[in-house]
Design a protein around this ligand. Structure first.
Ligand code: AMP
Length: 496
């Protein structure tokens, strides 16, 4: 804090009142649409994310770490100002830092002028407050609602087109959308995404991305996944198709016999984004939508061939898929291949992953021409929910050893052996206080430990340890070496 910060941070009555309210004593809860992921649940998240990292790395994808907020204009340009995500769902605010910096600069320039006659001071102060208010607002920034735009921004900013080969990047982290929370839909949610950026748009790239996705879902034991694919054409043929679709939708809207068949959202989208009408899930709109012209009948020759080759590649890789002509995805940047994966147990929010090709995005964001791209984002919250709902939760390693000790001499021995076990990768709980053995074993059981290591007077004098397996109460007497080796081989055997 510098000398002006108090003045600026709390410069008006509103701020003072709201700060008072904020310090009121009460119990706090996580904000609606956000949640805490607690242990042991968090272990499943770590396992899923680790499986994803390993799978992605096996396809030579490397991690990119991105900022959580970006300029609002980046999302408006990349995702599209007409989309729900940008139009309604972003957490956007003016960057107070910019304004604050400007205010400080202004004060530094102005305050030395205060040495003036009293009669001038009144006028000076009036001008001063007007000029202070007239300082420009800060820049508009938004919490990221998705990360493809950031990856493309970083690609351009760091000149990654000059690096050899395609850039195969992945990210893991939270996204933010101001949606109405429901099962599988949060305002802070998590994605694992992958992007390939480079000069080539070969369908083999699309197919490899899809193969990798399904390898991960298989590895993570996601049940009943279905891959849907579509091609929405390039700027050329897609543009013509969108116009055709708009004309057809206008006819439906303008015909008194069918006018009522489209709801207000679809009516609005006829002008703003007709492709989005195909996304509609409203039951009453389905009969008219089903009769609309289909993009597959309007692809140009190059796009038709790209899609046909992609399907051949999928067959070659034995990847089952279904075509879905209505899969247009909500974002503006997609071209040609679009896809989505659904999984079991998710109710209406059953998409665990969405993605597609975005060949013009880098250029659209002011980057070099000719860079192609394809990527996906997995919704981690939904993937985890699906694993849980299908009852396929893997047995994950928890607490291995609880140390039960009695007697002053047992303590240094317990500290020493705990250190050695931890160094071998075992999770060890050494309670800070001595407990009667019965109580200690009860606690070990409640904590879900696999073993209790008992160290009492007898163990100290004989130089052995008593190891009790809690699942069947079997006990062994082992010296230190035997103990370390036995527990380490158990850990390896359990895959922990
Ligand atoms: P999108 O970026 O909209 O293509 O979404 C990609 C994936 O992220 C979806 O298939 C969902 O699994 C997940 N997702 C999107 N929005 C949310 C949300 N509000 N809450 C939880 N998961 C979401």
């Amino acid at each position: 804090m510098n000398r002006y910060s108090r003045l600026l941070v709390c410069s008006d009555d509103f701020c003072a009142v709201s700060l008072l309210l904020m310090t009121e004593k009460r119990q706090f809860r996580a904000v609606k649409g956000t949640r805490d992921i607690l242990p042991p649940h968090s272990a499943l998240w770590n396992w899923f994310e680790q499986s994803a990292r390993e799978t992605l790395q096996s396809y030579n994808f490397r991690e990119i770490r991105l900022p959580i907020f970006e300029e609002t204009a980046l999302f408006a340009r990349a995702v599209g100002a007409d989309t729900d995500i940008v139009g309604k769902e972003m957490f956007t605010f003016l960057d107070p830092f910019d304004r604050y910096e400007r205010q400080l600069k202004f004060l530094d320039e102005e305050l030395p002028k205060l040495d003036m006659a009293a009669q001038d001071l009144q006028k000076y102060l009036r001008d001063f407050s007007r000029k202070l208010e007239d300082l420009p607002e800060g820049d508009s920034i938004s919490l990221r609602p998705e990360a493809t735009a950031s990856v493309a921004r970083a690609y351009i900013e760091h000149g990654m087109q000059t690096l050899p080969g395609n850039q195969k990047l992945y990210y893991v982290g939270p996204m933010f959308r101001r949606e109405r929370p429901q099962k599988g839909r949060y305002r802070q949610f998590y994605q694992i995404g992958a992007e390939v950026l480079g000069q080539s748009d070969r369908p083999a790239i699309d197919a490899e991305v899809l193969e990798m996705l399904l390898v991960l879902f298989r590895r993570a034991a996601l049940k009943d996944t279905t891959l849907y694919v579509n091609s929405i054409g390039c700027q050329e043929c897609r543009g013509q198709y969108v116009e055709l679709l708009r004309r057809e939708l206008q006819k439906i809207r303008d015909n008194p016999a069918t006018a009522g068949k489209l709801g207000p959202d679809s009516q609005r989208r006829i002008e703003t984004n007709p492709l989005r009408v195909l996304d509609s899930k409203l039951p009453e709109e389905q009969p008219v939508i089903e009769k609309l012209p289909r993009i597959s009948d309007h692809l140009c020759a190059a796009c038709r061939q790209h899609f046909a080759e992609l399907k051949e590649e999928l067959t070659l890789r034995q990847i089952p898929y279904k075509e879905n002509w209505r899969l247009v995805r909500g974002l503006d940047y997609y071209t040609r291949t679009t896809f989505e994966v659904t999984a079991t147990g998710l109710g209406s929010q059953n998409a665990v992953c969405g993605g597609g090709r975005y060949d013009g995005l880098v250029e659209l964001l002011g980057g070099p021409a000719g860079v192609k791209g394809i990527g996906f984002a997995i919704g981690t919250d939904r993937a985890i929910l699906s694993i849980q709902e299908s009852g396929n939760v893997p047995r994950l390693p928890g607490l291995s050893v609880f140390i039960a000790r009695m007697g002053a001499k047992a303590y240094p021995l317990a500290v020493n052996v705990a250190g050695k076990l931890r160094a071998r990768g075992l999770a060890v709980e050494l309670p800070p206080q001595e407990m009667k053995f019965g109580k200690a074993l009860g606690l070990a059981d409640k904590l879900g430990a696999s073993y209790a290591l008992i160290i009492g007077d007898e163990e100290v004098s004989s130089g052995t340890f008593t190891l009790k397996r809690l699942a069947d109460a079997q006990q062994k007497k082992l010296n230190e070496n035997e103990l370390l080796e036995y527990l380490e081989s158990e850990r390896r055997g359990s895959g922990a």
